[in-house]
Ligand binder design. Structure first.
Ligand code: AHR
Length: 322
């Protein structure tokens, strides 16, 4: 039902306008807000679209209900930003049976048959994590850090963004002999990030790095660290690492509250539109496309990171970047 699938805005399939049903994860972070805005401004009435936007409030069951709704309304395209990777086979098969093309955006789905979706566009989350960890490796060497005592505030468990970033950290911990003290989800929200950091600080007094899997968790973690009477930043007690490079995230990187911020680009509206245009023209879009993303740091201690033979330049955040 519509009630079960959260807020549904606009409805119906009208003549020659293209009706797009978009099942959005929720509104858990600043990144997500920017992503929703990108989709809404791209798929506007002025641009010839009828967008049915559904906010699933971070619940997969709401996303499944929304997709079923879209099928019933006979939309032209279904766009899904999946909360987690697994559990999509049945409902995507229903969309396929109804001959409605599905485009996956942002996080990935893990399905047995990849003909269940037409195309996917999003981030390489593992690569994001690898960039961040390689940066830390070089920074720790440049600063002669004798120990890396790190905690990980993970994203929503089972989301591609969590899986990739956590996996990269686990591998780096193993490879570099870092001390991973604790690992717990902060659900990609500021409130949970703060709560988790508070409890980690009570449990461990030697934390010198926190790996936050998005900016909002980092904002919460910074609050918790300061409230506990500790300091953040290059000369402080704890280095805060983050992902997303939201506006506030970059401002915090300029000040050093966040020491390194790996980009996750939310502006997927035009990319999804490109895919729809290709499908409209009877062309086959690229099945899986990764967007290019940068890495932004406080200070210039690390110039670039190299992952699997490719070099990525590290941008020092200055007033110009903000
Ligand atoms: O899937 C992208 C992630 O989801 C972003 O890093 C995070 O901020 C959002 O909630």
């Amino acid at each position: 039902s519509e009630a079960a699938s959260g807020e549904t805005e606009a409805a119906g399939n009208t003549g020659d306008v293209i009706t797009v049903g978009f099942s959005q994860v929720g509104a858990e972070s600043d990144w997500r807000t920017a992503n929703s805005e990108s989709m809404k401004s791209t798929f506007s009435t002025e641009n010839g679209y009828n967008l049915i936007f559904d906010d699933a409030q971070q619940k997969q069951e709401n996303q499944i209900a929304a997709i079923r709704n879209f099928i019933q309304q006979e939309v032209d395209y279904i766009v899904l930003a999946p909360v987690t990777e697994s559990g999509w086979d049945t409902v995507l098969q229903e969309a396929k049976d109804a001959e409605i093309p599905v485009i996956i955006v942002d996080r990935m789905v893990n399905v047995s048959d990849d003909s269940l979706y037409a195309a996917w566009v999003g981030s390489n989350f593992k690569l994001e994590g690898q960039k961040a960890c390689e940066w830390l490796k070089q920074y720790a060497a440049a600063k002669n850090m004798s120990e890396v005592n790190i905690v990980d505030i993970q994203g929503t468990i089972g989301a591609s963004a969590q899986i990739g970033r956590t996996e990269a950290l686990n591998e780096a911990v193993e490879a570099n002999g870092w001390n991973l003290l604790a690992q717990q989800t902060g659900e990609f929200t500021q409130a949970k990030g703060q709560e988790v950091m508070e409890s980690m600080l009570k449990q461990y007094d030697n934390i010198n790095v926190v790996y936050c899997e998005n900016d909002n968790e980092a904002f919460g973690a910074i609050e918790a660290i300061k409230a506990a009477g500790k300091t953040v930043g290059p000369d402080g007690d704890i280095l805060v690492m983050s992902f997303d490079t939201t506006k506030q995230g970059i401002t915090d990187t300029l000040s050093g509250d966040i020491i390194v911020n790996t980009e996750c680009n939310p502006l997927h509206g035009p990319r999804v539109e490109q895919i729809i245009k290709q499908l409209q023209a009877g062309e086959t879009p690229e099945k899986q496309a990764y967007v290019e993303e940068g890495i932004y740091a406080h200070g210039s201690d690390v110039a670039s990171v190299s992952i699997d033979g490719t070099d990525y330049e590290v941008t020092e955040v200055t007033q110009d970047v903000v």
